[in-house]
Design a protein around this ligand. Structure first.
Ligand code: NAD
Ligand code: UDP
Length: 313
């Protein structure tokens, strides 16, 4: 198949492009390189089945493709809050342009939505039937509400135009190809530990997250697109292992053997207090999909990546 991956030069997208190429597909990576990087796709450039289109998805586009994965959108709070209007435009106008392309060509389209649609959840663990608890005017709203609006459009295009839409809700994902200055918690802690500087825990570190290693997420995305039964979703993809941020900081210190200390910084506004996916639906629809890489193993692999990345920077 000819497959479009928007956001293909980003953290998640670059791994997806790699696996799609390994599965024999042709891949068109569409990216504006706002948070994505050439380094992430440099090794793919020599593959004649891989092409890059430098393009902002807020502008309409056309391409001879058979399926679309939409990953274009900054995902780190630091980056998506830096230009909140562009984040909203990307989530909404970008999704609209891609849905139009999918409609015109009658091709499937997969949206990477997020656990952020659950906001600061009052239901725990979060299952797909929960409608969420999002502050619509806060600092995180450009992302949370942008992604919620995109989900609405995906379901309206399915109902109104019969487009084969698929929505997955990704929970915190980590691994190689994250930026050194990404700003999300795992990359921050690892970079800080390796550089011997203080680990910045926001609040008291008692908020929880569930971290899923990149390979498990990519496997879930590809199964969602390619299973014979049509899957509309929304489907949660994540690792149900739940850790406090303080536990995570201590794990990173232990694995890196770092002498760094932990310092406490103010908790950002609307920071969700807890998060853990219910993944029963994914297991049922995606042929027994479940995460395979536990946190300690995933952290070790990610630490090895950052050791090399820091040596080169
Ligand atoms: P990332 O910032 O590394 O990648 C996003 C990519 O999209 C980058 O390459 C960026 O340059 C590109 N992009 C941004 N705006 C664009 C635009 N207007 N036009 C074209 N390209 C644009 O983030 P990521 O962690 O790889 O996330 C990928 C997707 O997965 C995002 O849609 C994100 O919302 C979703 N997601 C990620 C996580 C996670 O934990 N990583 C969790 C939930 C959802
Ligand atoms: N966090 C932290 N220190 C950091 C970065 C993040 O304590 O240097 C916390 C943040 O407040 C949140 C959690 O770690 O509670 C996860 O943050 P991240 O930005 O990775 O993703 P989020 O799930 O909030 O989108």
């Amino acid at each position: 198949m000819n497959i479009m991956v928007t956001g293909g030069a980003g953290f998640l997208g670059s791994h997806l492009c790699e696996q799609l190429l390994a599965a024999g597909h042709h891949v068109l990576c569409v990216d504006d390189f706002s948070t994505g990087r050439e380094e992430n796709v440099i090794t793919l450039r020599s593959n004649h089945r891989f092409q890059v289109l430098h393009h902002d998805i807020c502008l309409p586009l056309n391409a001879d493709v058979d399926a679309i994965y939409n990953l274009a959108c900054p995902a780190s709070p630091v980056h998506y809050q830096a230009d909140p209007i562009q984040t909203m435009r990307t989530s909404v106008l970008g999704a609209l342009n891609l849905l139009e392309l999918a409609r015109r060509r009658s091709i499937p389209i997969l949206q990477t939505s997020t656990s952020e649609v659950y906001g600061d959840p009052a239901v725990h663990p979060q299952m797909e039937s929960y409608w969420g608890n999002v502050n619509p005017i806060g600092l995180r709203a450009c992302y949370d509400e942008g992604k919620r609006c995109a989900e609405t459009m995906f379901f309206d295009y399915r109902r109104q135009h019969g487009v084969n839409t698929k929505v997955v809700r990704l929970f915190n994902t980590y691994g190689p190809h994250m930026r050194i200055d990404d700003g999300r918690v795992i990359s921050n802690f690892i970079v800080q530990a390796l550089q011997g500087i203080d680990l910045t825990v926001y609040g008291a570190g008692q908020q929880t997250r569930s971290f899923c290693y990149i390979d498990d997420v990519v496997e879930g995305l590809m199964r969602t697109m390619h299973t014979p039964e049509p899957i509309s979703g929304p489907v949660n993809l994540g690792n149900p292992g739940e850790f406090t941020i303080l536990e995570l900081a201590n794990k990173v210190l232990e694995i890196t053997h770092s002498e760094s200390k932990i310092v406490y910084k103010p908790l950002p506004s609307d920071d969700p207090r807890q998060r853990r996916p219910d993944i029963e639906l994914a297991a049922k629809l995606l042929n027994g999909w479940k995460p395979r890489v536990e946190l300690d193993e995933g952290l070790s692999r990610t630490i090895r990546y950052f050791q090399q990345a820091l040596a080169l920077s």
